[in-house]
Design a protein around this ligand. Sequence first.
Ligand code: BV8
Length: 233
Amino acid sequence: MAAPRSIVILTGAGISAESGIDTFRSAGGLWEQHRVEDVATPEGFARNPDLVLNFYDMRRAALAAVEPNPAHRALARLEREFAGELLLITQNVDDLHERGGSGQVLHMHGELKSALCQSCETRSPWHGTMIERPPCPVCRAPTLRPDVVWFGEMPYQMGRIYQALETCDLFVSIGTSGAVYPAAGFVQEARAAGSRTLELNLEPSEGSRMFHETRLGPASVVVPEWVDEVLGS
Ligand code: BV8
């Protein structure tokens, strides 16, 4: 197989599982503890903002207790040493890719450590809580919300993502169940544009049959192995 020139990587909750962050659909996962409609939709936020702000305050605070794992660090090494084009897209709102050493990370579903003001629509780095309705750092209005993409909302940077999927020659999906769109449709977009497609996951995902190749195993093992292969060492 010719060495790839341009790689697009999509990661999901599975890459952070071994760092101790709950995935969504696993037993005891986030969506078992909370109803999606209540905590991850604009309607849920309007209905009960305290429940939603507290949900994200807790997840933001929990980041202090976790560390990146070998999968995050391997992708940071790929960014440093790969001579071709690389776009790392994540569905995750945690900061473990950056803390693992990745400089260029496209958070298509937003970030826990960012606040979005509903008055002036600016985004500000945010490390504390929002339940006490702190003022927006820019306009001072007490109208901050978590800077995450909820169900029914448009993911971020979709134009840039589709353009990269059009031109890449290798699409790699890591630690995602392929249950949430438009992310779950990226493999089809890439394949239709002639790209080779590879899945690295603990178990087959809902979209496994659409990949040219699937390698099963924990991300902390299969991702460093794959990066060694691409970099030839
Ligand atoms: C939109 C942020 C309009 C908040 C999230 C088409 C068909 C059907 C439905 C739709 C459709 N198009 C749109 C929809 C509606 C909806 C949707 O997809 N619904 C689903 C449920 C059917 N989509 C939307 O509303 C999206 N917006 O469509 O806007 C539009 C249309 C077209 C183009 C543009 C816009 C917005 C969706 C975003 C919602 N926000 N997160 C927060 O985090 O709280 S989604 C959230 O859930 C995550 O970000 C992620 O995307 C998803 C969870 O999935 P995964 O990350 O894959 O996690 P999961 O637990 O499911 O799986 C983990 C996997 O890891 C498993 O496979 C497991 O085996 C593996 N694993 C576990 N441990 C390991 C491992 N792998 C390796 N190693 C391990 N150790």
